[in-house]
Design a protein around this ligand. Sequence first.
Ligand SMILES: Nc1ncnc2c1ncn2[C@@H]1O[C@H](COP(=O)(O)OP(=O)(O)O)[C@@H](O)[C@H]1O
Ligand SMILES: [Mg+2]
Length: 251
Amino acid sequence: MEHRLELKNISKSFGEVQSLKNINFHLGRNEVVGLLGDNGAGKSTLIKVITGYHQASEGEIFFGGQLATDLTVAKARKLGVETVYQERALAELQTLWRNIFLGREISNRFGFLDVNKMKEETNRLMLESMGFTSMAVNPDSAIQTFSGGEKQGVAIVRALYFDAEIIILDEPTMGLSLKETRKLLNFVREIKAAGKSAVFIDHNIFHVYSVADRVVVLDRGQVAGEFRTEDITLDDLMDKMYQIAETGSFT
Ligand SMILES: Nc1ncnc2c1ncn2[C@@H]1O[C@H](COP(=O)(O)OP(=O)(O)O)[C@@H](O)[C@H]1O
Ligand SMILES: [Mg+2]
């Protein structure tokens, strides 16, 4: 079966700066791939090319085996890509249910917003997917009262609910407490359990190792190494990372 996502010889330059050089990358169905690499390695640029935020200077992108030309954010979204940024743009003053359905509101057969239905769905999602039990949090709570981890959860639940096939998380644990980080990592495991795929970026190798099926290491815009987590211990992966940082490759 074709990969959920495949990049062939992707390069991206910003003027003189070549941020990505001949990247070959794929994401399988129901696979979580961790992207590792130092600051400036090109991780964010790579995911911005996948999400249509940046257009590649060279190379091809395939979704489910289909070549995507002139990819834009809107197009990528239609192809099932959702992104969870650390600074995810949730409407802080709006309620939880409004945020879940923002831009994709449910209408009734008369064309009016079906508020009850949206609140009902929000309630179900909170209990089933987000693991909320607290009676303090309900569909009418304003997002600004949520913790950082809960906000990330809302963004992920949105992605799952609206049938995103590829969920991209760029440093989602940044600024989260330990407890929130644990919850976030569980959300990523839920993405996997729901049969979806994810690209997970985190500067913390422990986080990446604990949720990824495979890790891809970027170094100065190039793929420097790739490992299945079941084939490598965390210690060995850390050794490889040091090797890559020093020499640009692990051989
Ligand atoms: N919009 C941009 N304009 C110019 N250079 C950029 C831009 N975005 C990223 N870069 C450069 O590309 C390189 C890779 O950056 P980035 O993808 O953000 O790395 P990472 O996410 O791995 O830290 C860096 O040298 C960065 O300065
Ligand atoms: Mg980055």
